[in-house]
Ligand binder design. Structure first.
Ligand code: ZN
Length: 445
């Protein structure tokens, strides 16, 4: 009996020791496995990644973007993992700061990441990094604006690329496609204020305009002078045109222009779109000559923020446009739609009438929905607003002084609604509705 109990106890003890022994082994193995996983995931994979991945993996890895470093600004550069072809060397050296290789200059942070694909302030200077992490020089386009970076990569805020908004009325027509070819070839945008009645004849035109980044505008259904009809009829002019546009390109007009430039606040609110006049009238419909049209633009007042009026239903106008589009770009202008212009100038478009986005007009409060901000600086730069020094200073939609206007040395500069009898004497940019205004029997606007 005693022996049996003793043996039983011995057996139990042995079993307990065995269990303890195996538990120990199990825990050790588990620990070893965890250690291996840690080493592989934490050290080997990253190194292998750096060595093997090189430049090609740069774009895919964004996880390391340091949230503290990435500014609220969407233009801000993101931090990318180690850069370059010889990443093995980089791992061993790991020097923070500027680096240069055959592709250009790039910047390595202390943690080994580098900046890519955006703007980044380094030591108080703003740089632009391309998608591969190299600094960019010259003009860099971000959104609707262009920014200039010097040869050393530093941002130069004094360089402002002036913007022009080419607008074409009364189409689409048989020459519109040729004009679109030119815009496409030059990577330029324009706004088309179309007549609803012409859209069904050229349904491909609005579609292509959208594809090219151009803007779809409405110029009423049949060019009726809106101040001569009741507001219900005004609404129908634009809703019918929107229906035709939607059928053609899947989208209604985002902006509008009144035939003959003749609208008023009631009309803007009824149509419920921002309306656009122009600050440079080529009078192409009257000239009907490509050279004259071309000169009207090239010799006109091309102040940053100018809206140019042309008509793509006339062959000379389109021929002139095909010449002046590349020439304006060569002169340093950026050709944008009216909405792009508004966005670039920090203007939230409203159901109002816009004539131009000149710095002077912005700073004088002549642009409804102007938010100030970054562009306020740009506009206050040009202090000529107060000194009236014969350039664009008198832009502020003041068409009253057409004759004594300081800037009209070069004729067609601004305020050319005046065909003699026209009276735009009020300062408000909103009211061109004066019924006595006679746009001439040409009635082409
Ligand atoms: Zn028109």
């Amino acid at each position: 009996m005693d022996k049996r109990v003793l043996r039983e106890r011995m057996r139990r003890k042995k079993r307990q020791m065995m269990i303890r022994h195996y538990t120990k082994i199990g825990l050790s193995v588990l620990g070893l496995i965890l250690a291996i996983v840690f080493v592989v995931r934490g050290i080997i994979i990253p190194i292998a990644h750096h060595v093997a991945g090189g430049g090609s993996s740069n774009q895919t890895v964004q996880a390391q973007a340091d949230t503290e470093e990435v500014q609220a600004n969407s233009d801000a550069a993101v931090r990318q993992p180690l850069k370059g072809k010889s990443d093995t060397d980089k791992i061993s050296t790991m020097t923070a700061g500027w680096h240069e290789d055959t592709n250009g200059k790039w910047y390595q942070n202390a943690d080994g990441t580098y900046f890519a694909n955006g703007f980044q302030d380094i030591d108080g200077v703003t740089y632009s990094f391309d998608e591969n992490g190299y600094i960019q020089t010259g003009w860099v386009t971000k959104g609707v604006k262009d920014y200039y970076f010097n040869d050393d990569g530093s941002y130069d805020p004094s360089q402002v690329r002036p913007m022009l908004a080419l607008t074409f009325d009364d189409g689409p027509g048989q020459y519109t496609d040729e004009l679109l070819d030119c815009l496409e070839a030059n990577n330029a945008h324009a706004t088309f204020f179309m007549l609803g009645q012409n859209v069904s004849a050229y349904p491909d035109a609005p579609k292509r305009m959208l594809e090219l980044g151009c803007e779809i505008g409405s110029h009423s259904w049949d060019h009726t002078q809106l101040t001569t009809i009741d507001l219900d009829s005004v609404a129908k002019q634009f809703s019918d045109t929107d229906d035709a546009l939607t059928q053609a390109c899947g989208q209604a007009a985002t902006v509008a222009r009144a035939p003959y430039g003749d609208g008023n606040t009631d009309i803007y609110n009824t149509v419920n779109k921002p309306f656009f006049m122009w600050s440079l009238d080529t009078e192409d419909w009257k000239l009907m000559d490509a050279d004259a049209d071309y000169n009207a633009v090239m010799n006109g007042d091309l102040t940053d923020g100018t809206i140019i009026l042309m008509h793509d239903i006339h062959e000379p106008s389109v021929q002139a446009a095909i010449r002046l589009i590349p020439d304006l770009i060569a002169r340093g202008y950026k050709l944008v739609t009216v909405s792009e212009m508004a966005e670039a100038k920090n203007v939230t478009l409203q159901n109002a009438c816009y004539v131009d986005f000149w710095p002077s007009t912005l700073s004088n409060g002549g642009v409804p929905g102007y938010q100030g901000g970054a562009d306020a600086a740009a506009s206050t730069d040009s202090t000529d607003g107060t000194t009236d020094s014969s350039d664009s200073s008198d832009g502020n939609s003041d068409y009253s002084d057409g004759s004594e206007d300081g800037s009209t040395d070069d004729s067609s500069s601004d305020g050319n609604y005046d065909d003699g009898s026209g009276d735009y004497s009020d300062d408000s940019s909103e009211d061109y509705s004066d019924d006595s205004v006679d746009y001439g029997d040409d009635s082409e606007y």
